[in-house]
Design a protein around this ligand. Structure first.
Ligand SMILES: [Mn+2]
Length: 322
């Protein structure tokens, strides 16, 4: 059976459905969760559907998340979106659900759901959800269309990432044509930011260290973060703004998060694969867009050394080929 049909049939067979996604929510994870919830409700109004996870004020404009009690799991279906590994799913008691489905576009890490659909060629989880809608009887509404559009635009970094395909444009074209969403107005919520973040961006630009091998990095301690009036997630959220710098192949932003007692490393590459390094340091992600969570600045330095080495290798192979 076609995988979308199988997912549809499974959704149809459950009265209670819980939708979860990864820790450290981003627009693709948030939008796909909220849109899928609404789409299931459009199609099956009598079902109980919950989109869960730790909320963040940053994506409040997308909608609100639900709280569930432990009782729900035992006869509910869990749908995990945008998350390749079990430990990164933002939900408690993941093993208590009666059945589970995974829908994801990250490189495969492990199987932990009964039905799994992952497509590394898809630009985003929102793209997969949209494709599924157009291949099943799931009913799209205007608000969900807006969310899916925002998720796709965000995860493709405005259609610039390597997994943006003709299919992405096909689906987005159809989405806009069918629902007539005012898509240009949706950029306001996605890209509006406070002055403090622009000052942070300026600080990063001024203080970014660039090695001779093409690794750029900045360490933002709690003191600096506080002084600039931002939070520990701010730098990671703007990492895509530092793409296309001539001297930089890989770039990493390191932010101390004293509240959770971790140091977050967000990294991007426009050459070598870096998620293998991220996964060595309690992280993972896409081949060239990854993150890690470490506990000491000593480990940060080890990680930076590893990134610097892949830059060096990448440059030498490139030079040989030229
Ligand atoms: Mn995603």
């Amino acid at each position: 059976m076609n995988i979308y049909k199988e997912i549809y049939k499974t959704i149809k067979s459950f009265d209670k459905i819980v939708i979860a996604r990864h820790l450290g929510v981003d627009p693709d994870a948030m939008a796909s969760s909220l849109a899928l919830k609404q789409i299931i409700l459009n199609t099956f109004p009598n079902k109980k559907v919950y989109a869960v996870g730790v909320p963040t004020s940053r994506f409040k404009y997308m909608g609100t998340l639900d709280k569930i009690n432990d009782e729900i799991a035992k006869d509910a279906l869990l749908i995990v979106l945008d998350t390749p590994d079990k430990r990164r799913v933002d939900i408690e008691n993941i093993d208590n659900f009666k059945s589970s489905i995974k829908i994801d576009h990250h490189p495969f890490v492990e199987k932990f759901c009964d039905i799994e659909y992952f497509n590394e060629d898809a630009s985003s989880t929102c793209e997969i959800i949209l494709d599924m809608i157009y291949n099943t009887k799931l009913i799209l509404d205007k608000r969900s269309a807006e969310l899916l559009f925002q998720g796709i635009v965000s995860d493709t970094n405005r259609f610039t990432t390597i997994n943006t395909s003709y299919k992405t444009f096909d689906l987005v074209h159809r989405l806009i044509k069918d629902t007539n969403i005012n898509f240009t107005s949706l950029y306001d919520n996605l890209y509006m930011r406070p002055m403090s973040e622009i000052r942070l961006q300026g600080y990063i630009s001024q203080n970014l260290i660039v090695t001779e091998n093409g690794l750029a990095y900045i360490k933002l301690t709690n003191d600096i973060i506080k002084e600039l009036g931002v939070d520990s997630a701010s730098a990671g959220n703007m990492i895509n703004n530092f793409n296309y710098i001539d001297e930089v192949i890989v770039w990493a932003f390191i932010s101390e998060d004293v509240k959770n007692n971790i140091i977050k490393v967000t990294m991007r590459s426009r050459g070598p694969i870096i998620n293998t390094i991220a996964s060595k340091h309690n992280g993972g992600g896409h081949e060239r867009a990854s993150g890690a969570r470490v506990t000491t600045f000593e480990e940060v330095d080890i990680l930076l050394d590893e990134l610097d080495n892949v830059c060096k290798e990448y440059r030498s192979v490139k030079n040989e080929n030229n």
